[in-house]
Design a protein around this ligand. Structure first.
Ligand code: ATP
Length: 857
């Protein structure tokens, strides 16, 4: 439909709507008719396909080959058991992936955006998915357009449509009808398209298409996002690949050695295959996704919404946090409590300077009222409007007398906003903004007095806004900021308090203890910023510096590099400078989290290692660019998320340590036996069993391990630090070797004593050793007994279930014939338990030595 070529009245008619918007019953009706306003994602993979997907794993295929070989050599019992094991493996893999997927879906839903609509004459916010054709949408800088719109009103509206047209420059829009034919998408200036970005100004439009009927919907197939692997997953996948080669080498050696010793080749082949399957940690990537997704779910409960999964993993590495001030460090509850009118200010017509100040505060804002007559809008502006409306000299008539003709919306670069009104046959221009940005366009003022007053307010931590006004008889030819924002007369200042959040002070102390430097990047006045930074502890030492954007611009690269470490507050910085600061910190090898809310913050958020957007005050654009959203806009939430990130990483590390040590134990046992002149102690299905029970439940339970006590008292880990750092590689080797030796010791002892059940005993010792190991590595340093045995109930549950399964395999006659096990006497069982606990006690001793070393300087 050619909406751009039609007049707006025709479109109202066509879509059966009006300027006041649809009412809720009609909207509801249309929702059923048109469906949700969303781009349909790639066909969701069905549960059945997800299950089948598990069989694609190379290891599983190898096992299936093993099943076939068993069948050919006539061992159909083994074939069945291998098939059952394959099936169980697939179920475990499936459950793991399914949980991860569900958790991710839930997170995605939460990060969906809202749209501002006019429905039945009232402004309402609804989830963008509920927008229907005929709705009237209000858009402004920072938002993403929620649906395809025919614009009916624009105020310096600029939209960046690169996703549709490839043109990266923002296009200025208007509501005029386009008469020429065959206008390409990029030239339809009176249309706004779903998912494009509003970079400037404001506007209103009628929804003409939603969901897959929008222009972006038509090319939505191109936008399907692929699952991204986290850096750790990539590294581990790479590691697993290298390990596979090593393991396959070992298995070939094992096969040849056994063959030469005269073992049955088929049996040796099956053993070698089982060892390969057991030793390659194929479950690692899936379990990491679960740990991350579950961690991300926990973070949401603490108001940190992870948008990009890798962030959950890398949060623990953050060494620098660049935070903004308003709302994040402070409460964003502004109250104007000082208003100062310059003695130089002059009356215009009948309006005294005092009245002009109040008039300016009434006129120059984007605040609206909701159905309860409450002010809604930017807290700075609502505070100003609230103040003026409560003042005795305020005249309510102004609200209807002055009709806004033009506006030049606020942006963080100009730090000003201007509105224009017809005024007694002339025009009244009102500008408000940062003090120095107003003084520069008010030529005839004594700046010293104004600056002194500003400084006085700022030193009290107040945000100061200045007002200026002028009367002009003719409009400039073009409605641009440059044309209006000059030659104004200064009127006065409004100062407002915005107290720091009580939690910020503690959170900043926590950051310092956790080795994280916090700096403030703000658009506000340096003195205001300094006052708040001092109060919250961001500025601590005498050497800590406050630098303004203007000073920063004058620094040479070298000066900037040298001073960077001591600068704790950057005030009046532009979004571009924000980006440069982030880059400079990254060049110094810092892992940087950056908060932002405005449309201009998007580049810095994208560039940051962790971009953090504000859930309440943040623009859609900043949220889209961010890795994490603070649902409560609160700085303290960042450090909670960092804590959770560190915990997730710790737990992944414990899990890797657990799995690989177990695998190493299995390999040592089987590999060393022939070298020590012993028969290979485990048959293939026993190996597969040990692998299955140890990779399954206990491994998952590590994701539930609570954070270690000192988690926020240690420095952040290095970004590129290996997952095996901190002695994990040695641990895997020595504990695995010990496991192997204990198993082989058991075997040798039993054979020596002519105990025919030696195979069952080795099998039991190997399984139970893994459980003891799981319990012992819950902490890297603390003893299990000080941590509390029941500190991780899931792990206890996993250990008990595994123990139960192992007993079933030993004692149930049917399973005995499958696993070639024999009844152990109680004392034999107790002996196995005792022997397998050697691993537990050895790891406890390792931690004890670590504690001793830590105590002695
Ligand atoms: P903060 O760190 O406090 O959140 P910010 O970086 O978000 O600040 P901006 O919102 O860009 O800063 O504001 C920068 C300055 O612009 C403010 O200090 C104020 O002087 C001025 N300003 C803010 N909002 C408006 C507005 N709506 N109209 C005019 N000027 C404004």
């Amino acid at each position: 439909m050619n909406y751009h070529g039609q007049s707006t009245s025709k479109i109202y008619q066509e879509l059966n709507t009006s300027k006041q918007g649809l009412d809720s019953t009609e909207a509801e009706k249309r929702k059923t008719q048109y469906g949700p306003n969303e781009l349909v994602q790639k066909k969701k993979i069905s549960i059945f396909r997800l299950f089948l997907h598990q069989f694609k794993d190379v290891m599983i295929l190898i096992l299936l080959v093993a099943a076939v070989i068993s069948f050919i050599v006539g061992d159909s019992k083994d074939t069945i058991v291998i098939l059952i094991i394959v099936f169980l493996n697939a179920i475990i893999g499936f459950v793991q992936e399914y949980r991860a997927e569900k958790a991710m879906e839930a997170l995605k839903k939460m990060s969906s955006l809202n749209a501002t609509l006019r429905r039945a004459g009232t402004i309402v916010q609804v989830p963008a998915t509920e927008v229907v054709p005929g709705d009237i949408v209000i858009i402004e800088a920072g938002m993403l357009v929620p649906a395809d719109l025919r614009l009916i009103q624009t105020h310096v509206l600029k939209i960046e449509e690169a996703s549709l047209t490839g043109e990266s420059h923002a296009v200025t829009k208007s509501s005029d009808k386009i008469t020429s034919e065959n206008v390409p998408l990029g030239d339809r200036l009176n249309m706004a398209y779903k998912s494009t970005t509003i970079t400037n100004g404001r506007g209103e439009g009628i929804v003409v298409a939603t969901g897959m009927n929008t222009e972006i919907g038509r090319i939505a197939q191109l936008l399907q996002e692929d699952k991204v692997k986290t850096p750790l997953q990539k590294r581990l996948a790479d590691f697993a690949r290298k390990l596979s080669f090593a393991v396959i080498g070992i298995c070939i050696a094992l096969f040849i050695a056994g063959w030469l010793r005269g073992e049955q080749p088929i049996q040796m082949l099956l053993t070698a295959i089982s060892v390969a399957v057991a030793a390659i940690p194929e479950a690692l990537p899936a379990v990491i996704t679960i740990a991350l997704a579950l961690g991300a779910k926990r973070m949401v409960r603490q108001n940190a919404l992870i948008r990009k999964l890798p962030a959950a993993e890398t949060l623990g590495t953050v060494s620098y946090i660049c935070t903004d001030k308003t709302g994040t460090i402070t409460q964003n509850k502004m109250t104007v409590n000082d208003c100062w009118v310059s003695p130089e200010a002059k009356a215009i017509d009948d309006y005294s300077p005092e009245q002009l100040m109040l008039l300016g505060m009434e006129l120059n804002h984007d605040v609206t009222t909701d159905e309860n007559n409450e002010l809604v809008g930017d807290p700075t502006e609502t505070a100003l409007v609230d103040y003026t409306r409560k003042n005795n000299n305020y005249n309510p008539q102004w609200r209807t007398d002055f009709k806004r003709a033009y506006e030049l919306p606020f942006d963080s670069d100009r730090k000003r906003m201007t509105t224009v009104y017809p005024f007694n046959g002339k025009w009244l221009v009102v500008t408000k903004g940062a003090v120095e940005r107003l003084l520069s366009i008010c030529p005839a003022n004594k700046t010293e007095v104004i600056n002194a007053k500003t400084e006085q307010f700022a030193q009290e931590g107040k945000r100061v806004l200045a007002y200026a006004i002028k009367e002009i008889s003719e409009l400039p030819q073009q409605i641009t900021a440059e044309n209006f924002e000059k030659g104004l007369s200064f009127i006065g200042l409004a100062a407002m308090i915005d107290p720091p959040r009580a939690e910020s002070i503690q959170a900043i102390t926590d950051c310092h203890a956790a080795g994280i430097t916090v700096i403030m990047l703000t658009g506000d006045h340096p003195i205001t910023a300094k006052a708040i930074a001092t109060e919250t502890g961001i500025l601590q030492d005498a050497t800590d510096m406050v630098v303004t954007g203007t000073q920063l611009a004058k620094f040479t690269d070298q000066e900037f590099q040298d001073k960077l470490d001591s600068i704790k507050v950057f005030a009046r910085v532009s979004p571009e400078q924000k980006l440069n600061i982030v880059k400079a910190l990254q060049n110094k090898n810092h892992f940087v989290a950056v908060t932002g809310d405005g449309v201009n913050d998007a580049p810095a958020l994208k560039r940051a290692d962790i971009g953090v957007a504000m859930g309440i005050t943040g623009t859609d654009v900043s949220k889209e660019a961010a890795d994490m959203i603070l649902l409560d806009d609160n700085f303290a939430t960042i450090i909670l998320a960092v804590r959770e990130g560190r915990r997730i990483f710790d737990n992944i590390r414990k899990f890797v340590k657990y799995i690989l040590t177990g695998n190493s134990g299995e390999i040592w046992t089987i590999f060393l036996a022939p070298l020590l002149g012993l028969p290979i102690p485990l048959i293939p299905i026993q190996i597969l069993w040990v692998n299955l029970i140890s990779d399954g439940l206990p491994a998952l339970a590590f994701a539930a391990e609570p954070a270690e006590e000192n988690i926020l008292k240690r420095p952040p880990r290095k970004n590129n630090e290996s997952i095996f750092a901190g002695g994990i590689a040695t641990h895997i080797l020595w504990v695995g070797l010990l496991m192997g030796l204990v198993c082989l010791g058991t075997q040798a002892w039993a054979i020596h004593n002519e105990n025919s059940k030696w195979a069952t005993m080795v099998f039991t010792v190997l399984s139970l050793s893994q459980m003891g190991h799981a319990l012992a590595i819950r902490s890297d340093i603390k003893s299990l007994f000080t941590m509390g045995i029941f500190g991780n109930k899931q792990l206890i549950f996993a250990v008990l279930v595994t123990l139960g399964l192992q007993l079933a395999v030993i004692y149930m006659p049917f399973l005995q014939s499958v696993f070639r096990t024999q009844n152990l006497t109680l004392s034999e069982l107790a002996l196995c338990l005792g022997l397998s606990s050697i691993i537990f006690w050895s790891v406890e001793t390792e931690k004890w030595i670590k504690r001793l070393k830590k105590q002695s300087p």
